[in-house]
Design a protein. Structure first.
Length: 342
């Protein structure tokens, strides 16, 4: 039973689900009685807490896993990583991780992949996203060799995000990584994970301004996640989907997505996001020639931005409202709103 729980925990970690991993590994630790086994379970649980972003909590368990003098601890480099991670001492960590990769030639591909992932996390902590991206790309290759397409796709998703942050990679290079990630998604059976990955892929394509693929990815994410996604995540996905169709000039299609996003953000009480969606809806109406609907939605967006204290949003809504009033043949109101925008 401990082995099954541990395997489940490792699978969850590889897929980026630290919360699920902690749940499995906690149970494994509670069941362990033998000293060596308990140490191994404590180590696994500590690693999961670090991945969750709770290094101090993780360190409590990692210290319990320390071997006695004269013993050698498996994956000791990760112990060092976890211990230093909470104190931002990343350079020492990287030295340990780099040595491990260099001398671990006979290790399994999955173990090497996990090492590269942790190195990538360290580089992100050092605010070196370009190096982090290369680590995640190496991890993805190792996961492919280890026949773990789910973990490989997650690593590629992390790589693309790091590449976008670094501004050191070209559009074609990043798009290629996103394309690889999409291809791997076809072999993933977990619909929730596929949906999350497609959402991340859509965000990546949006930043690259490849809106046709962004919209396609967001639509797949919406179908796959369905009821498994929390309402806030669904609202953000609908908002992104509408914005992508606006960018494509598919204004008739975007109206439905905008309205669904507005309604969901309203139910959640997220006024700023509601204002953004209303502004997008107003813009789509304006481009379709429905200036009366545009003016009404810009007015509602303006109020939402005022309620949330979003000054830039207020400026954009006032400018849009002025343009709508001008097209409706009311230049005085147009001038009034343009002045408010100034």
């Amino acid at each position: 039973e401990i082995q099954e729980l541990t395997r489940a925990g490792h699978r969850a970690l590889a897929l980026g689900d630290a919360r699920e991993a902690v749940g499995c590994l906690k149970k494994a630790l509670l069941l362990s009685k033998d000293t060596q086994l308990r140490r191994a379970c404590a180590f696994n649980l500590g690693a999961a807490y670090v991945e969750m972003g709770k290094p101090k909590r993780g360190l409590e368990f990692l210290l319990q896993s320390q071997p006695l003098e004269g013993e050698s601890g498996e994956d000791l480099y990760f112990n060092i990583f976890a211990a230093h991670e909470g104190f931002q001492d990343f350079q020492k960590v990287l030295e340990c991780l780099g040595k491990d990769v260099g001398h671990d030639l006979a290790a399994q591909a999955g173990s090497r992949a996990r090492t590269h992932v942790q190195m990538g996390c360290c580089y992100l902590g050092m605010r070196e996203p370009a190096r982090a991206a290369r680590c995640f790309l190496d991890a993805a290759q190792s996961y492919v060799v280890a026949a773990s397409p789910e973990a490989a796709a997650v690593a590629l998703s992390r790589a693309s995000g790091s590449m976008l942050k670094s501004h050191q990679f070209g559009v074609a290079e990043i798009a290629g990584v996103l394309s690889q990630c999409r291809s791997l998604c076809e072999s993933i059976t977990n619909p929730t994970l596929r949906g999350k990955l497609f959402n991340d892929i859509g965000l990546g394509y949006s930043q690259l301004r490849i809106f046709s693929l962004a919209a396609e990815s967001f639509e797949q994410a919406l179908v796959l996640c369905g009821g498994a996604m929390d309402r806030r995540g669904e609202a953000a996905l609908l908002q992104n989907l509408g914005a992508a169709h606006n960018a494509l000039g598919s204004f008739g299609t975007s109206l439905g997505w905008h309205r669904r996003a507005v309604a969901l953000h309203s139910a959640l009480g997220n006024r700023r996001a509601q204002g953004q969606c209303l502004g997008n809806l107003a813009y789509a109406c304006r481009r379709l020639g429905d200036h009366e609907a545009a003016a009404e939605n810009y007015l509602h967006a303006l109020q939402a931005f005022r309620d949330s204290g979003d000054v830039q949003g207020q400026w954009q809504a006032c400018e849009g409202l002025g343009t709508a009033c001008f097209h409706l043949g009311d230049p005085q109101k147009a001038i009034k709103h343009y002045k408010e925008a100034l």
